[in-house]
Design a protein around this ligand. Structure first.
Ligand code: KG4
Ligand code: ZN
Length: 339
């Protein structure tokens, strides 16, 4: 069986080809960073138009790399939720067209569940039930993942997502877009103890996150309390110390809440996914915490952490259960839990 999967939820156009054995034959990602950088963030309309231009060439490249012909495709998968609705629609429409013309089944995959499934794919064995931590540009959520397709939400952010905070702090510090990798590079040069920044809900029993106050605290540390405007600092100690202190505050909270979720659920497996899990400092601290808790940890390699279509292989689980998508499948912008 060869599955062809499409991902267009945000600013990466991605097409993957994988087998029912979860072997990835191609996972091509066409990034739109060049288009959005000058705006300092993803512009939804620009993203949708770029997906339209890039999807078919990306698919051709995936087929070429996998050495598979369209006629060999046995099912088409599309990530239809959550994401930017215009961007998602490009993938959903293309997937329907492909499934109809190839006369093969259409399957949907949930982008959040797919981020956790990336950890399952990298592990090469079953990892469920587990605690799932999704840390991306749009989500910071902890789940009890009973199976690849059955998640209970344990808690999430009440305002900004962790990745969003990285992107906003990068903008404040003049580090450009995308923010995560830039803040990580800068943080490596600074002192994480230089500034005492807030760690929301750290000591509370509640499984919730809040990163919006942290972003304001970075602004105040830079320009003075109550002042939110000024020019970005150039390279040097001020910028590096703020990046390091900010990153450490985010990591402390993510690690503490993941630990709480492991203890609450009494599970000894933690799966992590989403773009922020590409952060080496976060990976290291999560690994140390899991080891201390006696839990196994599953974090996929970098290229499976950030948005990619191979993680849509969660749909293989649906195919096994004969759960196909209808041709009125919609693009659904918000995460709606059980699918
Ligand atoms: O999962 P993802 O690729 O897309 C969404 O589904 O949102 O995550 C993108 C987010 C961005 O906010 C980006 O700044 C962040 O992941 N990110 C990082 C790193 N690499 C990407 N954050 C911190 N450190 C990184 N190395
Ligand atoms: Zn994502």
């Amino acid at each position: 069986m060869h599955f062809l999967a499409l991902e267009t939820s945000c600013d990466e156009t991605s097409v993957a080809i994988f087998t029912d054995e979860l072997q990835i034959l191609a996972n091509v990602v066409a990034s739109q960073i060049d288009l959005h950088a000058k705006f300092g963030g993803v512009v939804p309309e620009v993203a949708a138009r770029a997906h339209l231009q890039r999807l078919l060439p990306t698919m051709d490249e995936a087929l070429r790399q996998a050495q598979v012909k369209l006629a060999d495709i046995s099912a088409v998968v599309v990530m239809n939720s959550p994401g930017l609705v215009g961007a998602l629609l490009v993938g959903v429409s293309a997937a329907k067209m492909l499934a109809l013309t190839l006369e093969v089944p259409l399957l949907s995959a949930n982008h959040i569940e797919a981020h956790i499934f990336a950890a399952r794919m990298a592990a090469g064995r079953d990892i469920f039930p587990c605690v799932g931590l999704v840390v991306s540009g749009g989500h910071t959520s902890l789940f009890l993942c009973k199976t690849p397709l059955d998640f209970d939400l344990l808690g999430g952010t009440i305002d900004d997502a962790a990745g969003e905070a990285f992107d906003k702090v990068a903008a404040i510090l003049g580090l450009g877009f995308p923010g995560g990798p830039a803040v990580e590079r800068e943080a490596a040069l600074g002192d994480p103890k230089a500034h005492a920044l807030p760690r929301s809900f750290l000591k509370e029993d509640r499984l919730a996150f809040s990163f919006s106050g942290l972003k304001t605290a970075v602004l105040y540390a830079l320009y003075g309390v109550g002042k939110t405007r000024g020019s970005a600092p150039g390279p040097g100690k001020v910028r590096a110390d703020l990046a390091a202190s900010f990153q450490k505050a985010v990591i402390d909270v993510l690690v503490a809440k993941a630990r709480q979720a492991l203890r609450k659920t009494k599970l000894a497996r933690l799966a992590v996914g989403g773009g922020v899990s590409a952060n080496q400092a976060l990976r290291g601290e999560l690994e140390a915490m899991a080891q201390h808790e006696g839990a196994e940890i599953f974090i996929p390699p970098m290229k499976l952490c950030t948005d990619n279509a191979a993680m849509a292989a969660v749909a293989v689980e649906k195919w096994r259960r004969q759960i196909f998508a209808a041709f009125d499948l919609d693009a659904v912008p918000n995460y709606q839990g059980k699918n």
